[in-house]
Design a protein around this ligand. Structure first.
Ligand SMILES: [Zn+2]
Ligand SMILES: [Zn+2]
Ligand SMILES: [Zn+2]
Length: 108
């Protein structure tokens, strides 16, 4: 259920994709390193959203339009999607589990 849109930021045009990522990808994006450095001790062993989104200039955490979509009801936790049975859209991990929203910024 990837949603995409084309937007302009500071004179640059991006195709932005809202994706759902697993907890491993979330930690990787948030901390810059993996939650499992023993098993994932090489880049090949550590699947990353940037492998699946090689054209993305950056991948940011959270929803596309926090202000627009949440209104007054949001307490800033809209980045949490909850339990999903779909594969992670960041690393392709097919395990079911909690997912979080992220946005991939692909230069158009
Ligand atoms: Zn890893
Ligand atoms: Zn929100
Ligand atoms: Zn993942």
């Amino acid at each position: 259920m990837t949603t995409s849109r084309r937007i302009g930021v500071n004179g640059e045009t991006f195709d932005i994709y809202e994706i759902l990522i697993c907890e491993h990808c979330l930690i990787l994006l948030a901390n810059g390193e993996c939650s499992d450095p023993l098993e994932h001790d090489t880049p090949e062993a550590c699947p990353s959203p940037s492998d699946k989104w090689p054209e993305a200039e950056s991948i940011t955490l959270g929803r596309l339009d926090h202000a627009e979509m949440c209104g007054d009801t949001c307490e800033g936790d809209c980045g949490d999607y909850g339990f999903s049975q779909s594969s992670c859209e960041g690393c392709g991990d097919p395990l079911h589990g909690n997912r979080a929203y992220a946005v991939a910024w692909v230069p158009a």
